[in-house]
Design a protein around this ligand. Structure first.
Ligand SMILES: NC(=O)c1ccc[n+]([C@@H]2O[C@H](COP(=O)([O-])OP(=O)(O)OC[C@H]3O[C@@H](n4cnc5c(N)ncnc54)[C@H](O)[C@@H]3O)[C@@H](O)[C@H]2O)c1
Length: 268
């Protein structure tokens, strides 16, 4: 292993990370990667049973460890309690990854008021709740990195995804504004916006055996373009980009939106 690879393999040693949505998909891949690279990772999810290591002492992964906790990002007092408990137990939070998200597909005509409200509550207000609870500690220590998982849908018009796209656009704008306020305190805020990624959230959209291939090839009837790289992302592809932005390798990167979409957005 080259020296720089060895350094990367341990780049989160001694660091503490809080990852929301860590029970599945992109959040789970990110939590595992940060732990493999040395972090103590609090893997928070409203359904933490899926996060593999049960609550308690945590399970070793590489040189770090995963510690699963139950957290619903729509519950303000619980968010504050989990952040306070993490800071008490581990001394600080160096990295926050906002990966919790839901997708309720449906045209605007079909969308129930509660689908709109729930989508905004989890995907946008949830990001605000957790980030606002974590930020003061980072600012006081003049160090920290926040990475919000956006979506290519935030910047593209999509049929059947108005609530999701609006919520993701809000999360992206919020994270950039927060990043501006925190930059002077030595805290970096960035966004990773995935395109179609092979996770349970994506698979729930697949209504036919051809759906996965169609997601790659594009679907003119739904105004969806193809993915130029010709494949869906793996959660690990997205986790790698998140880890980069959370690491010191990105020490001069702030307020940036990194798309991991195989080129699907085409421009910008
Ligand atoms: N999969 C894709 O194609 C894709 C594309 C772009 C963006 N994203 C975004 O990536 C992120 C991760 O999605 P994924 O594809 O891994 O989905 P996923 O469904 O596999 O994982 C999402 C996780 O978030 C958790 N969660 C949902 N609501 C929560 C809440 N209120 N509080 C705490 N946890 C909650 C779920 O329990 C689940 O474990 C989401 O923000 C999603 O919007 C996914």
């Amino acid at each position: 292993m080259a020296a720089h690879q060895a350094a990367q393999a341990r780049e989160f040693e001694g660091r503490v990370a809080l990852v929301t949505g860590a029970g599945s998909g992109i959040g789970l891949a990110t939590a595992r990667l940060l732990a493999e690279r040395g972090a103590q990772v609090v893997a928070a999810d409203r359904a933490p049973a899926a996060a593999a290591p049960g609550p308690g002492a945590g399970s070793a992964t590489g040189s770090g460890a995963l510690h699963a906790v139950r957290l619903d990002v729509t519950e303000g007092p619980r968010v504050r309690a989990v952040v306070a408990e993490t800071e008490r137990r581990f001394g600080r939070i160096d990295v926050l990854v906002n990966a919790a998200g839901i997708l309720r597909p449906g045209t605007v005509a079909e969308l129930a008021d509660e689908d709109w409200a729930d989508t905004l509550d989890v995907n946008a207000t949830g990001v605000m709740r957790v980030s606002r609870a974590v930020a003061p500690g980072m600012a006081a220590r003049r160090s920290g990195a926040i990475v919000t998982v956006g979506s290519d849908a935030a910047g593209l018009a999509r049929t059947g995804m108005a609530a999701y796209a609006a919520a993701k656009a809000a999360a992206v704008a919020f994270t950039r504004c927060l990043g501006l306020e925190l930059a002077r305190h030595g805290v970096r805020c960035n966004i990773v916006s995935p395109g179609a990624t092979d996770t349970p959230l994506q698979r729930r959209l697949w209504t036919s055996p051809e759906a996965a291939a169609q997601a790659v090839a594009g679907d003119p009837a739904r105004y969806r373009g193809p993915i130029p790289l010709g494949r869906l992302a793996d959660p690990a592809d997205v986790a790698e980009a998140i880890a980069f932005l959370a690491s010191d390798r990105a020490r001069h990167v702030a307020l940036h939106e990194l798309r991991v979409d195989g080129g699907a957005t085409l421009h910008r």
